[in-house]
Design a protein around this ligand. Structure first.
Ligand code: NCC
Length: 276
């Protein structure tokens, strides 16, 4: 197809990607004894709207960025998976409004999801790479990791903390937007948490700044700002269509190339701020 402009891409995302969460009334959850543990309202109707939001990628290039103060100046901040704050405040800030976690983090022993205080700030949103159809019954019987078992355990241990599960149709609606805008066929794996979190914030914020998703001059093979592990695939992608995700975000960026180079910062408009 024709290569869409930034505004056209933004309209496609706004119109075709609906950020929804699993509610207790949806089958098969409605028939399960623990369905009442699920929030009955949609995340996007409970959270926000916010004027300004920051999405903090976990990239190694955030290390020594000194972006902490700037990140904290936003009304809401989204972080990913097991990305810590303690010890990295100067570079990544201290505020956490939402933490988006994949089901691998929820399930693996290494990340101590049930017991670590790392996860106790803000609202949690879990997601799992679902089968392509995004049929809820099929997904329930074939999750990538045991997201529902872990969800129930976490809710029992931390009943006061809001905890949502993203509807798998979000990841595949977003995947369709990526594939539709690329000339070659891309792998049928869901987008990274980074793009999912960015679209989540675009649904509830007027302006979204994404940090080090498009790497700055600090670009490095260091995978995460919080770990001594080097792998260029963290930035370029392997399982996730990350390079394609970054291409789309670059096309939608309203900020300058200097902002990317100096700050690793991309500026995206919230869906409520433009008409299609
Ligand atoms: O690495 P991860 O992501 O937790 O990073 C969160 C998001 O930040 C962006 N990122 C990260 C590192 C980097 N060098 N450049 C980046 O742009 C990406 O958008 C990324 O999504 C995930 O998407 O959930 C992911 O999770 C990890 C892993 O499961 C968790 O960190 C827990 O250890 C995945 N790694 C593996 O499976 C080994 C990763 O592929 C994607």
């Amino acid at each position: 197809g024709r290569k869409l402009s930034g505004p056209e891409l933004l309209c496609q995302l706004k119109e075709r990607v609906k950020v929804t969460t699993i509610t207790p009334n949806l089958k098969p959850f409605s028939e399960l004894p623990w369905s009442s543990e699920l929030p009955s309202l949609q995340l996007t109707s409970v959270l926000g709207p916010f004027e300004s939001c920051a999405v903090v990628s976990s990239a190694g290039s955030l290390r020594n960025s000194g972006l902490g103060r700037e990140i904290d100046s936003h009304d809401a901040v989204l972080r990913f998976n097991a990305a810590p704050i303690a010890g990295y405040e100067k570079d990544v800030g201290t505020k956490t409004t939402v933490r988006l976690i994949n089901s691998q983090v929820m399930a693996s022993e290494d990340h101590r999801f049930l017991s670590s205080s790392l996860y106790s700030a803000g609202i949690l949103v879990g997601w799992d790479p679902a089968p392509y159809s995004a049929d809820l019954m099929e997904w329930y019987n074939r999750t990538d990791y045991p997201i529902f078992q872990q969800y129930q355990k976490y809710r029992r241990l931390h009943p006061q903390q809001p905890f949502y599960i993203m509807h798998p149709q979000v990841e595949w609606q977003l995947w369709e937007r990526i594939q539709d805008n690329m000339a070659e066929p891309i792998q049928k794996n869901p987008p990274s948490s980074g793009l999912l979190g960015t679209v989540l914030m675009m649904s509830i914020c007027e302006v979204v700044h994404v940090y080090e998703f498009l790497p700055s001059q600090r670009k490095t093979e260091l995978c995460h700002y919080y770990q001594h592990f080097y792998d260029a695939a963290c930035t370029l992608g392997a399982y996730h269509p990350l390079l394609y995700e970054k291409n789309l975000v670059k096309r939608m960026n309203l900020g300058s190339d200097q902002d990317i180079y100096n700050l690793g910062r991309v500026t995206l408009p919230g869906f409520s701020t433009f008409n299609c």
